[in-house]
Design a protein around this ligand. Sequence first.
Ligand SMILES: NC(=O)c1ccc[n+]([C@@H]2O[C@H](COP(=O)([O-])OP(=O)(O)OC[C@H]3O[C@@H](n4cnc5c(N)ncnc54)[C@H](O)[C@@H]3O)[C@@H](O)[C@H]2O)c1
Length: 398
Amino acid sequence: MTLSRVKVGVVGLGLVGDSHIRAYQAHPKAEVAAVCDLDAARAEAVAASYQIPRWYTSYEEMLADPGINTIEITTPTLLHAPMATAAARAGKNILCEKPFCLTLAEGEAACAAAAAHGVTLAVGESYIFMTPIMKARALIEAGEIGRPLQVRQRFGSWIERPGALETARPITADHRGWRMDSSRAGGAGFPWMFDHCVHFFATAEYLMKDTRIGEVYSLRSDISWMNARDGGSGHAGMYRPENAGDIPIIAWSYDDPACQGVWMRAEALTGKYDPMFGFSVSVIGETGMIEVLGEGGRGLNWQGQDVHLVLHRQGKDTLTFRFDEGGDEIWQSEVSYYSRAHLNQIHEFVAALTSGGAPRYLGADGLRDVRTTMAAICSAREGVPVKVRDVTDRRFEA
Ligand SMILES: NC(=O)c1ccc[n+]([C@@H]2O[C@H](COP(=O)([O-])OP(=O)(O)OC[C@H]3O[C@@H](n4cnc5c(N)ncnc54)[C@H](O)[C@@H]3O)[C@@H](O)[C@H]2O)c1
């Protein structure tokens, strides 16, 4: 049903909640009608600071609020699919943060509930709503590099802006710390990979013009030396991916056998010299190549200039692009991620709900990227390439 106005209830008021509230409030056809968090003081404070009329500590009570037609889910991952299913049954449209689900069965159930109740179910996949990544896709679609053949993703350190997260609530098991705990973040012992690979695979398919990934092969490494050197505790330890799953390289092939991709990161991310930070991607095509910055990205340089996207074309001038969106509120970054990608996606979601269109990253897309992520983790565990279609919950949880 087309809405004249999106009246959203946001559940989960942690790190990412603020940027989502601001994005809805910045859209003329949307408003945040209520917020919900288990932490009553937090819910009350967020409602007061953003002038949101109602706040709840019970999700069920917020779902029963007739003044809400849409639910935004920004809670820990184990709650995503169950909360999405409950919202669909209550007749609310849904934007659910990634990763969409812990198991394929619960993700399928949420998609089925949305279809049965005629509501829109979108999944928060901010990487493919980053302005530079969307520009890369537009250049590829315009034929600037010919047929895209290979995607190379490079992951360096993310560097926090001084003070950006120090003002946030302290990290505890219930607040942000759960992301390194497989029982709440998923991943069968690889929680960081489960939390982040969905981004990497969504981007890999988006920049291959939606060609799907068919098979993945992950390498493991021995990181005991690094843990012995650094310890695994404290803020940095909690967030270091190598402390929560030792997969430094993933390679994949697409359904088109001419196309392939790779994701890689250096082992000792903190303290290792690396001129490029954050997430960056190269897309190699038949007649050209794109290099582009993503989350927390900086250090892309062309002929002495700091740039955000470089387009090399056979027989034509090289073009460069910058996207000066005011930087990022969390990362020391050349491009805007938390500040802008989430807003881009939420505005697309609101535009779809108020025009009768469909958002471009739906529940089925979130489910597919979870399945591909499971394939990558199965591959690391089993030491063999894994076809995405062969992944089942049973194999993943084994
Ligand atoms: N796309 C992105 O760039 C991006 C960035 C950050 C986080 N995320 C995703 O967003 C989600 C939230 O992450 P975060 O870092 O904001 O987490 P967080 O730990 O900072 O916040 C989670 C909040 O949910 C609340 N909560 C937990 N159970 C609840 C319940 N039953 N009812 C109501 N509230 C409840 C907690 O009290 C907490 O305030 C995660 O799935 C994460 O993967 C996505």
